[in-house]
Unconditional design. Structure first.
Length: 131
């Protein structure tokens, strides 16, 4: 089991373990005096400690061939300690009644959640004694 500094523990955001979040957003773009387009967007905020630990081990065992994690590490942007690492996992134009885009967005949301859970599990297994 590894050890985390007090600062690393604080940057897990969860108190007793890692906390991150995903969200599915309906983005409405307004041009001049009318709605021009709508998009469905999947976004993710990852706590700084988890992101940095996974990045450190990105070429080891379970992560080296994980395309979702590799892309997340390559494309996330650090927005400070309060927001952590932010990335967009999906974006596609949406038109009312377009159920195919809704299904794709929900699948992307689910895959993103699974990726974050895998990352959190690594941190928990390597740095915490599970109760």
């Amino acid at each position: 089991m590894g050890t985390l500094t007090k600062k690393q523990i604080e940057m897990l955001w969860g108190g007793d373990g890692p906390y991150s979040q995903t969200r599915l957003v309906r983005e409405v773009r307004i041009l001049d005096d009318k709605v021009s387009r709508e998009f469905l967007v999947v976004e993710v905020d990852i706590n700084p400690t988890t992101f940095e630990l996974i990045k450190r081990y990105r070429n080891d065992g379970e992560f080296k061939d994980d395309i979702a994690i590799q892309q997340l590490l390559d494309h996330a942007e650090y927005r400070g300690p309060a927001d952590g690492y932010v990335s967009m996992a999906f974006s596609d134009q949406y038109q009312e009644g377009d159920e195919e885009v809704v299904v794709e967005a929900n699948l992307a949301l689910q895959r993103t959640q699974e990726t974050i859970i895998k990352m959190h599990k690594f941190v928990l297994d390597k740095y915490f004694v599970l109760k």
